[in-house]
Ligand binder design. Sequence first.
Ligand SMILES: [Zn+2]
Length: 1021
Amino acid sequence: MLFRNFLTVFASKRLTKLVTFTSVIPRYQAMSTVNQAQIKHCLSNDEIVKSEGDDREYRALELTNGMRVFLISDPNTDKSSAAMDVYVGHMKDPKDIPGLAHFCEHMLFLGTKKYPEENEYTKFLNEHAGASNAFTSNEHTNYFFDVGPEYLNGALDRFAQFFLEPLFTATATEREINAVNSENDKNLQNDSWRIYQLEKSLSNPSHDYNKFGTGNKHTLETRSKQLGYDVREELLKFHDQYYSANLMSLTILGKENLDQLSEMVVPLFSGVDNLDLSIPEWTEHPYGPEQLGNMCYVTPVKDIRNLNITWSIPDLHNYYKTNPGHYLGHLIGHEGKGSLLSELKARGWVNTLAGGQQAGARGFMFFIVNVDLTEEGLEHVDDIITLTYQYLNMLKNEGPREWIFKECADLGRMQFRFKDKERPRSYTSAISGILQDYPMNEVLCAHYLQTDYKPELITMVLDKLLPSKMRVSVIAKKFEGQTDKKEEWYGTDYNIKKIPDEKIKMWETCGVSDKLSLPEINEFIPTNFELVPRETEQSSVPRMIKDSGMARLWFKQDNTFKLPKAFANFELTSPLAYLDPLHANMAVMFVQLFKDALNEYAYNAEIAGLKYNFNSTAYGVALSVKGYNDKLDVLLMRVLEKMVTFEIDPKRYDIIKELYGRSLRNFDAEQPHQHAVYFTNVVMSEQLWTQEELLDSLQEVSLEKLKLFIPQLFSKMYIEGLVYGNVTRKSSLAMCEMLEGILREKVGTRELLPSQRRRLREIQLPDGCYYVYQKTNGVHKSSSIEIYYQVGQQKTNTNMLLELFVQIISEPCFNVLRTKEQLGYIVFSGIRRQSGVQGLRVIVQSDKPPQYVEGRIEAFLDSMKETLKDMKEEEFQKHVSALSIKRLEKPKKMSTEYANYTSEIVSQQYNFDRDNVEVSFLKTVTKDDLFNFYQDNIAESAPRRHKLSVHILSTAPKPQGDGDATDTAAATDTTAADNSEEAGTLLQPTIVEDVNAFKRDMGLFPLAKPYIDLQKALSKL
Ligand SMILES: [Zn+2]
């Protein structure tokens, strides 16, 4: 694939380069009471390039203090939002205190001079349907929030103080280091983070790119103290030194008009100091001659095998109108006929490939080709590199092609023209980052539009991709015991060698391969963007339009988004797919082999904005297609035809089976909190084949059995589907009939008996119970816990009581368990819903023992009794209204609306108008109702309390020799011991020793009743 982005949290922006304003016409007269002296430049709505269907209004300002401000007025918005991007990231950390920029990001949330309460900002947002987050990357720190549209002003005032007068109180500073430390602990055994940091650590040691950005207790406390720093002082200094208005970009989205937004924002942010700093830039590349030409062998935590090739390239951001990196990424990352991936797969060496430009920071970039390796591929690393250079040589011989550039440009223009409306919070966050680097009039389109074909730029980049200018990393368990170096921050074992000159020479002279060629013209690019004729009978929710013994179809024509896109999902039920672990494995293998075989064909569709998906589920298989509706039915037909004539390639069978086996084994190295969630499912569901059971039975799978299984799977089926979007009733029926027809005619599929359309149910915990299920995790340092308080079947009233309860406790839960008690970085409270049954769940990942954490969670929930009892009616109503706003927030994207409908169909609840139905009930809920709900279900003495607690205890060896890690472990042990009494006296739990025996004793909940009258829906057909 074309490589686009990497780690989510430290996600670096795709493009970063400041371009100063072009063609700026001041429009002061447009504004009313704003002090014009505070504004340097202004761009009006007409001057900003926007998407055709975009009905939002925009204005861009540069304040006198140098801050760029982008205003978005959307009178119909159901959420307002703001984001601030500061052009400083962890590359600016002081050398002695890694993690300071990131720590500063955490600390800004915890109190300002005007609003000294630690949780004031998050509390205000939570009470007004809002939420917030922030991230720190190499060179940016980005803060963002959303809130109910009436409360933008109040939220902004709190937000602005981050940049005016943060407190960094001594007590919060001391405590919050633990949250950062826990955040880092979470990443320590994660291969993506380990390899990301290793690449940094192996760059030029004197370059800022070499730094460790997350920070931990050692760097922020222990060592910095030893070196004589007071970290609070350093935070203040850092903020003073870099939080300069001219390095900040602010984006605001609200329902107010542009003048009102200006009035709100300009006075508030004009007070931010301008230090007139120049934007940080690194003209030297972090990989100098010393670092290039190296081959690095890395031992991973999980059983993964990868080959990463990295070249140093210059910063290409100035060339965004040509985007030469994108052109080359499109070709090297291509997966169609003649592509590098196709040939590597044909030789049995790899399964996936990502290639393209990768952001570094202002001044330098990377170009990468990353592949995973099969067992055989690992033995052919040099040959894979040879093929990569043969592909690059082919590109050089062919030279840049204008038609390929045009194809990419057309797709970009199409994406921009028909793009979905973004959710306010992700929109403002993204724009505030983009605003730092592009002319203000192109902020909305810069990432989409390529207008200038300049072949010389493409050649310039291509010429940098040389054997002598690359670094190579090979990652595999095979290197265990053969490494002699350890990365400082993550402890990653590795080995590094200079690539011998002969090899470099070999790659320099490797010529071309006749298997590799430029892609063919993409036939999937849509040409018809017309909206289909409107149905005479309009409906606000999906309607059943077909119900035969074999298939039921729901249909909804879109009348809201009016985009030329459609979505279809078909669930093909077959009890064979999940009959036992063997069959479950075969269903997975079939699906993966099929997708693997179809990849070359479907890739062109995918880059043209048409995607299919095929998955195995506990009930059968699910097939879906989505994208521009023009050629969607063609894609569906081709996929179906290939599915019913599918023949397994024995070579790919071996490779996919090995890959699947590894993915099952690698589950052991997942995060403790993911284990807690998974084992809660294992205990609570009627039937779930565990990773262990699947792995055990994988050896029973053979090519012969799998070949026999596929026709059996298709022999009897029931189909339930939804077609949604720019489609007609007629075309939707035709899609369903095509599916049914192909199955009946080509593989002789017959109807499944209604009694075979079973759904799995959830275990019913008895009143007053308290069960504990314990497991260990030997990979991660942290332990974790999920407590599940089962409430019962999903019904409108309990749905709302539970959601309202969660709305009220979520902020204090975070504030108490994370900010105050510092149990760990991951603290979550929410609802668990499965098989039509629901309850409250609290999840914490902590370096403290689960039993201790459980005591703290119980103590917190117990404190909610007083909170609820003492709550003023006014505050209660705030929460009711916050939840209503959240629930009534309209889907911004077609895919969201489609996902909502699909989940109603898959869960067989069919409550398509759920938000309105439930919110109108919510408005009748009283404080007493909620208190009674708590007393009845959650309180420790509640008669209908049903508690299951899943403990994941870390058994990972605590690393020795690292001062920080030892300190932390020791401190943890004492804290736990000291606090064991404080943890309170828990009731004596019943330990679940044997899950099967446990389940045998338990009843099952009935399935949720369909919300609509299916008989009535049938009678309308
Ligand atoms: Zn963080």
